[in-house]
Design a protein around this ligand. Structure first.
Ligand SMILES: N[C@@H](CCC(=O)N[C@@H](CS)C(=O)NCC(=O)O)C(=O)O
Length: 275
């Protein structure tokens, strides 16, 4: 559904994924005025898919989450990579705010984060990151490749992250970091078993990363970002498996992606806009 606003010299409306477009571009009956406006606006469109500055102030994206949350940090890192203006609306997990009826109206699973992009509600941190990349594709680094084969390899890497990395690492972090935080007793044997299972998976990463710089190819993508929040808590949990010198390419990759400004900014819980 498209939205309309007036701004600058013309009416603007949104396309299928919410990019702002001058209405004249969409006009079916093209008169002389529209042709003139088209040529004026096309130049602006090819250089930017963002709305004119006169429209930005009242539509700042809201990120409902918490700096303490891994998944909020994942989205925060992407917002900073792309330099997208946003406001963090702090949701207090300890007070159970994420289970309130008002919150669950927006996020029916009662989890953070979700975004409100001028009325468009979206949850699931990886889906949010993909949406932000698509919407601001021409702003900042390209985090999803355009070429069909490169994109397929990107999808492969995203799937690997979910099935072979997150499935073990999130549980290991929950055992040793979240349980004590919630006043529960961690089980070291459970943690050790998860790290043991992670070893052979990282051997496969080592093979992949000995041939390419990042998990989806030679460019940094969302597939790399997706590893960051839980991977970074492994050292807090007591495992240095990601920097183990026996897997030099995994260690090199991990040092590279954790060293990026976007991650350094959010990693300790300060999820703020840099735009
Ligand atoms: N798959 C979801 C997971 C969201 C999630 O587990 N959020 C945690 C914080 S990082 C949460 O809200 N936990 C509270 C709960 O599940 O009750 C995503 O990627 O956004």
């Amino acid at each position: 559904m498209s939205r309309r606003r007036s701004g600058a010299q013309d009416d603007w409306e949104t396309d299928d994924i919410g990019r702002w477009t001058p209405s004249s571009i969409k006009c079916q009956s093209i008169g002389y005025r529209h042709l003139k406006l088209q040529s004026l606006h096309l130049e602006r469109l090819t250089t930017s898919t963002n709305p004119p500055s006169s429209l930005i102030s009242n539509m700042v994206l809201k990120l409902y989450g918490s700096g303490n949350s891994t998944c909020t940090r994942r989205v925060g890192a992407v917002l900073r990579e792309k330099k997208i203006p946003f406001e963090l609306v702090e949701v207090q997990l300890m007070k159970g705010e994420h289970k309130s009826p008002a919150f669950m109206e927006k996020q029916p699973f009662g989890q953070i984060p979700y975004i409100d992009d001028d009325g468009f509600i979206l949850y699931e941190s990886r889906a949010i990151c993909r949406y932000l990349e698509e919407k601001y594709h021409n702003q900042g680094p390209k985090l999803i490749p355009d070429d069909p084969k490169a994109k397929a390899l990107f999808e492969q890497a995203c799937s690997v992250e979910t099935s072979n990395f997150d499935s073990l690492v999130a549980k290991a972090v929950a055992e040793k970091v979240f349980k004590p935080y919630l006043g529960q007793t961690p089980d070291q044997a459970v943690f050790d078993e998860l790290i043991k299972q992670l070893g052979p998976r990282l051997d496969a990463y080592e093979k992949i990363l000995s041939k390419q710089k990042y998990v989806a190819g030679d460019e940094f993508t969302l597939a790399d970002v997706f590893h960051l929040p839980y991977g970074a808590l492994l050292s807090v949990a007591g495992s240095d498996i990601l920097t183990d010198p026996s897997r030099p390419n995994v260690a090199r990759w991990w040092k590279d992606i954790t060293g990026r400004d976007s991650w350094q900014a959010v990693k300790d819980g300060k999820v703020e806009s840099n735009a």
